[in-house]
Ligand binder design. Structure first.
Ligand code: IPM
Ligand code: MG
Length: 359
C-alpha cells in the first residue's frame, strides 16, 4: 500500500521523537512491502521563526493532501515568558486541529507491568489499568471568544458547545466502548456549568442507540480523584476539551511516564497522530526524550488511518517487548539506560526481525 504522511516535528524534542517514529514506520514499510512517502512541514515556534506564522498555509495544504499527519511537539520557552506575545507556537496546533476538523482526541491509558515500580502510585492501584479518553478537541473554552475589557483589568474566555459538536464525538466514544468493556463515563461539571448540562442531555440521547453500553456520569473534580484512587473502574472516558487536557496529563502518571502516551486526533476527513507530551525544551538535543509516545502514535495511525491492524499490533508488541527488556530512556531506565535513538532502533529492529536473539 502507498501512503503519504505529513510529518510536522515542531519544537523542542519533537524533532527527535518524530525521527524515531519515522524509523519504525520505515521498518514496517520494509517488512510488509508498503511505501510510505514522508513530507515534512513546519509548525509551532519553528514555523514562527521561519515564516512568522505558527501554522503556515503550505503546512495546511501539506496536511490536507496527505493520508495522515504525524506531529511532534509544540512550544518554546521564549514565548511562555512573554504574556504579551501576540503570536504563540500553540496557536499553530490549535489552528491545525480546527482547520482539519480534528474534533476527537483519543488518548489510551494503560499500565505496564514492567514499569509498576516506576509509578508513584501503589502497584495494586495501577496494575491492569486500561482505558481510553475521548477528549473533544475543536470546541469549548479553547476556541470561544476571548479577550480583555477596554480597561485591560478583566479578561474572559467563553466556553460554548452545540449539540452537534457533542453528538459526533459521543458516537465515536460509544462505538469504541462496544469494542471494549461497554462502559462510557461522561466527565463534566453539570452541577455548575450549562455547557455540561447540554453535554449530559445530548449524551443521554445518543446512549439510547447503544443499549449494550452502560453510561455513567462523574463530576470532573471527583474524576480527578478517582483516576488515582481507582483507575481500573474506567473503560471509556468522554469529556470536553479542557477537562480532557487536564485529566490526560494526570492519567499519564499511571503508565509510568508522560513520554509513553500516544494520541490520535480524528475528524471526518483527516487524522493527526501525536504524543501527548509537550516540547520539553530542557531536554532538546540531549538524546534523553522518550520516543515511545510518538512511536505508539504511529501505531495508532497504521491501524486507524490505514487499516493496517497487523502492522499496528506488531509495533505495539515491539514496544511492549522493549519495555519489558528494559531498554528505556533515563526517566524510566533500570537495566539499560538508552538514548532516544537507541530506543527507536531497538523497536524498529524488533519490527524487522522480531529479534528473539535480543532476549
Ligand atoms: C495537549 C497540549 C495542548 C493542549 C497545548 C500544547 C496547546 O497540552 O495536546 O494536550 O492544551 O491541547
Ligand atoms: Mg495537554
Amino acid at each position: 500500500m502507498k501512503k503519504r504522511i505529513a510529518v510536522l516535528p515542531g519544537d523542542g524534542i519533537g524533532t527527535e521523537v518524530t525521527a524515531e517514529a519515522v524509523k519504525v514506520l520505515e521498518a514496517i514499510a520494509l517488512r510488509y512491502n508498503h511505501y510510505f512517502e514522508f513530507n515534512y512541514g513546519l509548525i509551532g515556534a519553528a514555523a514562527i521563526d521561519a515564516t512568522g506564522n505558527p501554522f503556515p498555509s503550505e503546512t495546511q495544504k501539506l496536511c490536507e493532501d496527505s493520508d495522515a499527519v504525524l506531529m511532534g511537539a509544540i512550544g518554546d520557552p521564549k514565548y511562555d515568558h512573554d504574556p504579551s506575545a501576540k503570536i504563540r507556537p500553540e496557536q499553530g496546533l490549535l489552528a491545525l486541529r480546527k482547520e482539519l476538523g480534528l474534533y476527537a482526541n483519543i488518548r489510551p491509558v494503560r499500565s505496564y507491568n514492567a514499569l509498576l515500580s516506576k509509578v508513584p502510585l501503589k502497584p495494586e492501584i495501577v496494575k491492569g489499568v486500561d482505558f481510553t479518553v475521548f477528549r473533544e478537541l475543536t470546541g469549548g473554552i479553547y476556541f470561544g471568544k476571548k479577550g480583555r475589557e477596554d480597561d485591560g483589568n478583566s479578561a474572559y474566555d467563553l466556553c460554548t458547545y452545540n449539540k452537534e459538536e457533542v453528538r459526533r464525538i459521543t458516537k465515536l466514544a460509544f462505538e469504541e466502548a462496544l469494542k471494549r468493556h461497554k462502559k462510557v463515563t461522561l466527565v463534566d461539571k453539570a452541577n455548575v456549568l450549562e455547557t455540561s448540562r447540554l453535554w449530559r442531555e445530548t449524551v443521554k440521547e445518543i446512549a439510547e442507540d447503544y443499549s449494550q453500553v452502560a453510561l455513567d456520569f462523574m463530576y470532573v473534580d471527583n474524576a480527578a480523584m478517582q483516576l488515582i484512587l481507582n483507575p481500573r473502574q474506567f473503560d471509556v472516558i468522554l469529556t470536553e476539551n479542557m477537562f480532557g487536557d487536564i485529566l490526560t496529563d494526570e492519567a499519564s502518571v499511571i503508565g509510568g511516564s508522560l513520554g509513553l502516551m500516544p494520541s490520535a486526533s480524528i475528524g471526518s476527513k483527516h487524522a493527526m497522530y501525536e504524543p501527548i507530551h509537550g516540547s520539553y525544551p530542557q531536554a532538546k538535543g540531549k538524546g534523553i526524550a522518550n520516543p515511545i509516545g510518538s512511536i505508539l502514535s504511529a501505531a495508532m495511525m497504521l491501524d486507524m488511518s490505514f487499516g493496517m491492524s497487523v502492522e499496528s499490533s506488531l509495533v505495539n508488541r515491539a514496544v511492549q517487548e522493549v519495555i519489558e527488556m528494559g531498554y528505556l530512556t533515563p526517566e524510566l531506565a533500570g537495566k539499560h539506560s538508552c538514548t532516544t535513538s537507541e530506543v527507536g532502533e531497538k523497536i524498529s529492529s524488533f519490527v524487522l526481525e522480531e529479534m528473539h536473539e535480543m532476549i
